[in-house]
Design a protein around this ligand. Structure first.
Ligand SMILES: [Zn+2]
Length: 165
């Protein structure tokens, strides 16, 4: 399965993801998408993850960076709802379209921006836990997030209540 996707030529990869920034540094990430594996570059020298892909580690400047799989579990860091936007397959702005930046569990500050599926907009708030899911859009898999079925962490709520008293 993985070998079939890894065998995708550079030309075919660019063709499969029209309009996406597919280049030498991000090719592994997009190859991963074809088999619904979320790959993020990680430095073999110091262990730091970085996104979007760069040819050298932004922390130690090592070129020993490799695309590795992440779980896709994380926390909503930022959310906006688009009332207007460019025409896009599967996007209806009549219901404001959620765009979320998720901080992945692998590392503080490691964030990925996509959308959330399967939830009402009023449930999408900063601090909610999410898990990775995949949808098909324009013929290729797109990594998206889905709310984990729980309220914001009770410890956070308790802390806020305590501070308000
Ligand atoms: Zn490094």
């Amino acid at each position: 399965m993985a070998s079939a996707a890894d065998a995708t030529s550079d030309e075919e990869l660019v063709t499969r993801f029209p309009g996406f920034p597919v280049d030498f540094d991000s090719a592994a990430h997009y190859r991963g998408r074809l088999t619904r594996r979320l790959l993020v570059n990680r430095c073999d020298a110091c262990g730091i993850w970085h996104q979007p892909p760069k040819p050298v580690c932004p922390a130690c400047w090592s070129s020993a960076v490799e695309a590795r799989r992440v779980s896709g579990a994380g926390t909503v860091h930022l959310v906006v709802f688009l009332h207007q936007g460019p025409p896009a397959t599967g996007v209806d702005y009549a219901t404001p379209y959620p765009v979320v930046t998720v901080e992945l569990d692998e590392q503080p500050g490691l964030r990925l921006t996509s959308t959330i599926v399967g939830s009402r907009n009023d449930a999408i708030v900063i601090g909610r836990r999410v898990t990775l899911d995949w949808i098909e859009r324009d013929g290729t898999p797109l990594p998206v997030f889905r709310l984990v079925d729980q309220q914001p962490r009770s410890t956070d709520t308790a802390g806020d209540a305590g501070a308000a008293r």
